[in-house]
Ligand binder design. Structure first.
Ligand code: C5P
Length: 232
């Protein structure tokens, strides 16, 4: 899979999601389905979006004991999504078990990527609540290396970390980056943002874009602008 723009479908219902996707006549953008929509609508929403011909990043961020994650991933693999994820803090044995669960009998599987440290966690909260006292950028790189060593395909990270992740884990290790805004757009609650063109420049493999597309007056035009800037 090459570089692509993934639209974060952060909607509360199937109806809102399909009303949104129906605007894309003839195009089938790559979409991200998160916890809100999945918990509201169940696995059927994934099947329906897949049936409409979209690629899907199922963003459920699994984190549990290895056996439970393995079995949960075996369920997700049958939904035929393109990318799944988990928390790298679940450790290498959990990530390895997840890969096993995700792999089909014919050895195909969705891509599996890891969340390192959530971008809502900063140095201070990490030290105070998690008792991790290394610099946060080193922690992120350590978790990324663990993910690579466990056989995963990449990480979700800030576009600001994408270049370093590639240096540390290799050019083929995928970086999937949210926190993208147009130069003339609203930043909203995202703190460290980049434009699609900057994300391309820095080597992100996929950008995850929500509100700059979903809340735009013309979402199709906003999506196309994103693709033009990021993919070229
Ligand atoms: O609307 P916006 O473009 O900010 O949406 C970004 C999407 O990426 C949301 O679905 C958000 O949950 C997700 N995300 C993020 N930062 C992370 C991980 C995921 O913004 N570190």
């Amino acid at each position: 899979m090459g570089k692509d723009v993934i639209i974060a479908c952060d909607f509360a219902s199937a109806k809102q999601t399909f009303d949104f996707l129906d605007q894309f006549t003839g195009k089938k953008p790559f979409v991200k389905i998160g916890m809100e929509l999945f918990y509201a609508e169940g696995p059927q929403i994934v099947r329906e979006i897949k049936q409409r011909g979209h690629k899907i990043f199922l963003d459920l961020k699994l984190h549990d004991i290895p056996n439970t994650v393995k079995k949960a991933m075996a369920v997700l693999r049958d939904l035929d999504v393109d990318i799944c994820n988990l928390h790298a803090s679940g450790t290498k044995p959990m990530m390895a078990a997840a890969l096993e669960g995700l792999t089909r009998p014919d050895v195909t599987r969705p891509l599996l990527i890891a969340v390192t440290q959530l971008t809502s966690t900063d140095q201070e909260t990490m030290e105070r609540d998690l008792w991790i006292d290394h610099p946060i950028d080193e922690v992120v790189m350590h978790y990324a290396k663990n993910a690579r060593d466990a056989g995963l395909d990449g990480v979700v990270c800030s576009p600001l970390e994408a270049r370093k992740v590639h240096e540390v884990c290799g050019a083929d290790f995928l970086t999937v980056t949210p926190g993208v805004r147009f130069a003339d757009g609203d930043v909203g609650d995202q703190k460290r943002v980049m434009t699609p063109a900057q994300a391309k420049e820095i080597g992100s493999d996929y950008i995850v874009v929500g509100r700059p597309i979903t809340a735009a007056a013309d979402p199709v035009a906003a999506y196309e602008r994103c693709v033009k800037e990021f993919v070229g």
